[in-house]
Write a protein that binds this ligand. Structure first.
Ligand code: SF4
Length: 142
């Protein structure tokens, strides 16, 4: 875990997205649509493996999640493993993650970019901070 409370590999992934910050949305979307292994995930809802009640939400009870994550324990780990398997070998992991963070922010659901929705939501504030810092440093689009 890092100071942000995020796993170090997740922080590294978000920081790697810096190289994509100038790429327009439509270009990213074309790349993902053309080269992504599964852009439309059939039955993505069924892959929400958290032990949430029928008709419930994936939101954890207060105080059950570690800092920076929306879930903890076995359910979160199962979601991570499934997400990694679903996207295994996809050549556009970074582009997919960048696009999802831009478009869905912390409202993202399902599996994208080999990450569970909990991990992407947890990563969003760091992505936003990185983007803001880059915009202040470099100027141009934020
Ligand atoms: S990273 Fe996963 S969700 Fe994104 S395009 Fe590739 S297979 Fe699809």
């Amino acid at each position: 875990m890092t100071a942000d409370g995020l796993p170090a590999d997740l922080v590294a992934r978000v920081r790697r997205l810096r190289r994509l910050r100038w790429v327009p949305d439509d270009v990213l979307a074309e790349i993902v649509a053309a080269d992504g292994l599964i852009w439309e995930l059939p039955g993505a809802e069924a892959l929400r493996l958290a032990d949430e009640p029928e008709g419930g939400t994936a939101e954890p009870e207060a105080g059950t999640a570690p800092a920076g994550t929306a879930q903890s324990g076995g359910a979160a780990e199962v979601e991570r493993v499934m997400a990694a398997r679903l996207c295994a070998g996809c050549p556009v992991l970074d582009e997919c993650l960048e696009l999802d963070l831009r478009w869905m922010a912390d409202r993202t659901v399902g599996v994208f970019a080999a990450l569970s929705e909990s991990d992407r939501r947890a990563a969003y504030p760091l992505w936003l901070a990185e983007r803001d810092a880059a915009a202040r440093r470099d100027g141009g689009p934020g």
